[in-house]
Design a protein around this ligand. Structure first.
Ligand code: NAP
Length: 355
């Protein structure tokens, strides 16, 4: 299916950490972008988009839209053939009401955006930002996966409102999206399933947990030791590019594990130490699991999370995304260094390298 590039494309949550890169690349590619945000007059949230759009061949238009307001996306979607639905809360700690804070915006928001696509005759393809969290729940679950490696065939079977509610919100949202896609035949759904995304941010106003993860390497939380915890990881710029390919490559289809590799917290610490030396509180030692379990409540995770994730390897197969979206993922070492360097350049972290 060929998308007409002269038509505008819609990006929901256009001011987010990932979406800002997506909007930038689309505009630089000469495409006109309709970006929805909750409040287009909030300069703190949209100033960076307006600024970057001053120098791009593509034109940016901002539209107000809320995931929880029915019909909110109709206006922004009018005339678009391609829709990128990225908006969804990515918050893991401090959740008091998971239904209201995570599941409602993720699931009802996705239904709301896709109901607009059903009404909007121009729409041909919707690219949904799902997550590897829709594929797996806890690292321990891998023991039940055939061959011990996750592929796009797996679905998260262990998350719930009570345990890993963010993962549950992404699982339920992706399921709802496939259900709505199958109920019609005008627009096609293509899904991106990123792992943990890191890399330089274009916005300072995002609540994304990604930006919190890197802070752990600075604020001393891991200085006494990091739990043996594996993540599947990917660069934010690669995630944006994968979205564009999923939107524009005529044959793109299905789900896509969008990761470069597996990396543990300890390995991330090692990479950063290699580049920035010993004067930062990057983790050096492996914290024993019993200690991580004991300290879980003050570390912002549950003891159940520690029991089911620490010490279990995580392996995902990204070969389908490499083939179908023609991706070559950048080495994660580069991602970490670029991200940390941005924090130094912005004055968030003091430059403590020996001169
Ligand atoms: P982010 O910067 O916090 O972006 C989330 C976006 O969703 C923001 O634009 C936010 O708008 C919007 N949003 C939240 N609630 C909304 C509501 N009720 N109505 C309208 N918009 C709402 O986080 P991100 O990391 O870029 O995440 C973007 C997407 O990628 C999410 O779907 C997330 O689940 C997915 N993802 C992220 C990662 C990762 O590691 N970062 C990994 C896998 C998947 P406001 O700015 O107004 O709050």
């Amino acid at each position: 299916m060929q998308i007409d590039r002269s038509r505008p494309v819609l990006v929901t949550g256009g001011n987010g950490y990932i979406a800002s890169w997506l909007v930038k690349m689309l505009l630089e590619d000469g495409m006109d972008v309709h970006a929805t945000v909750r409040d287009p007059s909030d300069n703190r949230k949209v100033g960076h988009l307006l600024q970057l759009a001053q120098h791009t061949p593509g034109k940016l238009s901002l539209y107000p839209a809320d995931l929880l307001k029915d019909g909110s996306f109709d206006l922004a979607m009018a005339g678009c053939e391609l829709v990128f639905h990225t908006a969804s809360p990515f918050v893991i700690s401090g959740i008091r009401d998971p239904q209201k804070q995570l599941v409602d915006p993720a699931v009802n928001g996705t239904r709301n955006v896709l109901a607009s696509a059903d009404r909007c005759a121009s729409v041909r393809r919707v690219v949904l930002t799902s997550s590897c969290a829709a594929i797996y729940g806890d690292n321990i679950d891998q023991q039940d996966v055939p061959g011990g490696v996750y592929t796009e065939a797996q679905w998260n079977s262990s998350s719930s409102l009570q345990h890993q509610p963010y993962s549950y919100s992404k699982l339920a949202a992706e399921r709802a999206a496939w259900e709505m896609a199958r109920a019609q035949d005008r627009w096609q759904l293509v899904v991106i399933n990123p792992g943990l995304v890191l890399g330089p941010a274009l916005t300072r106003a995002s609540d994304s947990t990604s930006l919190d993860v890197i802070k752990q390497f600075i604020d001393g939380r891991l200085a006494l030791g990091a739990p043996d915890l594996d993540f599947v990881v990917v660069d934010v710029r690669d995630v944006a590019l994968a979205h564009i390919r999923a939107g524009l490559l005529p044959e793109a289809s299905g789900r896509h594990i969008t990761i470069s590799q597996t990396m543990s917290l300890l390995e991330m610490g090692r990479v950063l130490r290699r580049h920035y030396g010993w004067r930062y509180p990057f983790p050096r030692w492996r914290a024993p699991k019993w200690l991580a379990w004991l300290l879980a409540p003050i570390s912002g995770v549950t003891r159940d999370f520690i029991s089911r994730n620490v010490g279990y390897p995580l392996r995902f197969d990204n070969s389908y995304a490499c083939r179908d979206l023609q991706m070559r993922f950048r080495p994660f070492e580069e991602t970490l260094v670029d991200h940390f360097q941005q924090l130094i350049d912005d004055g968030v972290v003091k430059d403590r390298r020996p001169r």
